[in-house]
Design a protein around this ligand. Structure first.
Ligand code: ACO
Length: 370
């Protein structure tokens, strides 16, 4: 038995949800470029859950369900009020999503219909949790979700209490489409491992949030913004990045386990970053990002991943830095739950082996002789 570090190249399951073939990403066989251009996040979520694009009436029904499910139990709001004000936003999200299960009487019901309803319910409630947390820590009251609007609209509305402008809603919606699913990424794998024990969907999503939090995965979008803030201005990019490259430090937002010739999602976010920069009259973060890309790709051959330009996009949308990864979770929840439903459909417990590298032939030594 020989281990493969990081399971690189190991095919751990079959899946019909998303594919990465020859550097191209598809959701249910549709190229991400087409979806980024034309689809809304709700259409994509439907596509991931049901395996086909919705008709207008199916889409309207889903938007209605998302609106109906969006309010969260008052007990969870009361708990969020007790969280330390400076708590990590992904830790808060992990805790709040886990506690939603306590107030769902169907949490442990395992029928496919019940699990699909809980997927939709979680999709509706996760943005409400993130927005409530963001406001409560500022000493503000949570804002009740609106009915009949999109996830992107509702999230921005619940965050600010104001009707969001069309450009911001469109940009966030497109970012949600781009992040919705990504084959067997670390957080999706974590979700599948958890539910393959026949544990419930809330446990699967809670595991996934824990995995997404790390800076080698979803946490990288916030880490990119930390880097941009540390650099501060375009004239300091070269010295900062050169120092990191010389020290062999990781540059956040670059590299990928699967894409070696570039992440197909990054170009859409780069374009969005430029457009939003122009609209807000501040292109500095975009220009800094372009310069970083030219240095890192030029010297190391590493290309930006989905997280790199997300940082300047979300900043242009006036979203606080530590909500970048929770926004990733809002989107990826659609993929996590699609994978959880697929895992339940054709389940076998996921239990790989380890290559043992410890000592052999050891004996128990009584405590007074150690
Ligand atoms: N900056 C500097 N060097 C890097 C980077 C980076 N961002 N990424 C990879 N490298 C280096 C590695 O250290 C390794 O160097 P070595 O051969 O001298 O040891 C070499 O490039 C090859 O690395 P890989 O084997 O391709 O990396 P791996 O598949 O193990 O990790 C990962 C992929 C985690 C994404 C890595 O590229 C990384 O840490 N990137 C920065 C964090 C990041 O942006 N994560 C988000 C990924 S996308 C997502 O999850 C949403």
């Amino acid at each position: 038995m020989t281990a493969t570090k990081g399971l690189e190249g190991i095919v751990a399951t079959t899946s019909s949800i998303s594919s990465i073939i020859d550097g191209a990403l598809t959701y249910r066989g549709i190229d991400i470029d087409e979806l980024a251009e034309h689809a809304t996040f709700e259409e994509v979520a439907y596509l991931l859950w049901y395996g086909k694009l919705p008709t207008q009436s199916e889409l309207d029904e889903l938007v209605g369900q998302l609106g109906n499910y969006a309010p969260i139990p008052d007990q969870v709001i009361q708990q969020i009020k007790l969280y330390p004000k400076d708590t990590n936003s992904m830790a808060a999200l992990r805790t709040a999503i886990s506690s939603l299960a306590l107030y769902d009487e169907d949490a442990n019901e395992m029928s496919p219909e019940s699990n699909l309803q809980k997927a939709i319910k979680l999709q509706a409630q996760l943005p409400t949790v993130v927005a409530a947390f963001a406001r409560i820590r500022e000493g503000l009251g949570p804002i009740a979700p609106k009915q009949g609007v999109t996830v992107a609209y509702n999230f921005l509305y619940m965050l600010t209490g104001q009707e969001p402008d069309e450009v911001a809603v469109k940009a966030l919606d497109q970012a949600l489409v781009l992040h919705a699913d990504h084959e067997l990424n670390a957080s999706t794998f974590a979700a599948r491992v958890t539910v393959a024990t026949l544990s419930d969907i809330y446990s699967g999503v809670t595991s996934a949030i824990g995995a997404l939090k790390g800076p080698l995965h979803g946490g990288a979008n916030e880490a990119v913004m930390v880097m941009l803030e540390e650099i501060g201005s375009i004239d300091k990019v070269d010295s900062y990045i050169q120092h990191k490259l010389d020290n062999k430090d990781k540059i956040m937002g670059f590299g990928h386990r699967v894409y070696k010739n570039g992440d197909p999602r990054a170009k859409h976010l780069q374009k969005m970053s430029k457009e939003l920069g122009k609209l807000t009259g501040n292109l500095e973060l975009y220009e800094m990002s372009i310069r970083i890309e030219s240095l890192v790709t030029g010297q190391k051959g590493l290309k930006p991943n989905v997280d790199f330009y997300s940082a300047s996009v979300y900043t242009a949308l006036k979203i606080p830095r530590d909500l970048f990864t929770p926004i990733f979770a809002i989107s990826r929840l659609s993929g996590w739950t699609a994978h959880i439903l697929e895992q339940y459909e054709n389940n076998r417990i996921i239990r790989p082996r380890a290559e043992y590298t410890g000592p052999v032939g050891q004996h128990y030594i009584p405590i007074n002789q150690r």
